[in-house]
Design a protein around this ligand. Structure first.
Ligand code: BV8
Length: 249
């Protein structure tokens, strides 16, 4: 990746007045959290399952125990994970809004470390740190990632399920509305570690581009996203983000 492109991106970030980060699984990859697309040896157990199938109401009702075991395997991985340099670089930036597709709490952990007073992270697809009743009676519970409970029923008789947004489920209205509003008014969106295939989340990038924002894409793969104001930086987020914010730390 060219140094000139990186230097130009650093300047764009330094001049942004209303910056937003939009992240996916690649932001947490260097913390050991498997992305959706690249399984790794230790998760071969799950590599034969299609996440899109497991992360759905149909998948849950067809095999509730398998789905809960899959989430609890992910929770166990997250319990031992720490924020990586990309999370910490983002967390050091005052005045940024962070929008994420991730269901982990690594960015919040990084914000706690840096002590930067930031607007809350907008979790478009929910969180692994909570369960709620699948029968929507309103009951919910915080989850200890180190001791996530097996499949269990709510007192109302419905199953308890992770408080994530499954395929075919609507995103939390308040959250997606805030995220769209941010994408509409930002002058710079930093897109970190996402294949941008899941909607309506991925549509936020198009909203930012169509509203004239600078868009900087950090990804280990070149997605070939084009546009007058789009800068693609190919590399690991944990290495590139500290460089992008080097002058501002
Ligand atoms: C909905 C939570 C309305 C669960 C997830 C158009 C409009 C609206 C909906 C649709 C539409 N078209 C299709 C749909 C339906 C569907 C959808 O988008 N399907 C896709 C597959 C086409 N969308 C929905 O169902 C959404 N709901 O629209 O509601 C509705 C209501 C009723 C009926 C119909 C519609 C809900 C979607 C939410 C699904 N839940 N997560 C869980 O976590 O288990 S999605 C989940 O997958 C993630 O949250 C994330 O969004 C997505 C994976 O994407 P990424 O994060 O990008 O991860 P991925 O592995 O793909 O990529 C990682 C990237 O990082 C790669 O590019 C890699 O190169 C890079 N990388 C890796 N390492 C690094 C790195 N980069 C930098 N550094 C590194 N070290």
């Amino acid at each position: 990746m060219s140094r000139d492109r990186l230097t130009a991106a650093v300047a764009k970030i330094a001049h942004a007045s209303n910056p937003v980060s939009f992240s996916g699984a690649g932001l947490s990859a260097e913390s050991g959290i498997a992305t959706f697309r690249e399984g790794s040896d230790e998760d071969a157990l799950w590599s034969r399952f299609d996440p899109q199938q497991l992360a759905s109401q149909e998948g849950f009702l067809a095999a509730p125990e398998t789905v809960i075991d899959w989430y609890n395997w992910r929770r166990k991985t997250l319990a031992g994970a720490k924020p990586n340099d990309a999370h910490v670089s983002l967390a050091k930036q005052p005045g940024w809004t962070h929008i994420t597709q991730n269901v982990d709490n690594l960015l919040e952990q990084a914000l706690e470390i840096t002590g930067i007073d930031s607007s809350p992270v907008l979790h478009l697809h929910g969180t692994l740190l909570k369960d709620h009743c699948n029968a929507e009676c309103g009951y919910e519970e915080l989850i200890d990632l180190h001791q996530a409970p097996p499949l269990r029923q709510c007192n109302c008789g419905g199953y308890m399920r992770p408080s994530v947004v499954w395929f075919g489920e609507s995103l939390p209205a308040q959250i997606i509305q805030s995220a769209v509003a941010q994408a509409e008014k930002t002058d710079l969106m930093l897109v970190v570690g996402t294949s941008a295939q899941v909607y309506p989340a991925a549509g936020l990038i198009e909203i930012a581009v169509s509203n004239g924002a600078e868009v900087i894409v950090v990804n280990t793969e070149c997605h070939g996203r084009t546009g007058a104001r789009v800068t693609e930086l190919v590399g690991e987020a944990g290495k590139l983000l500290p460089e992008l914010f080097a002058d501002s730390c």
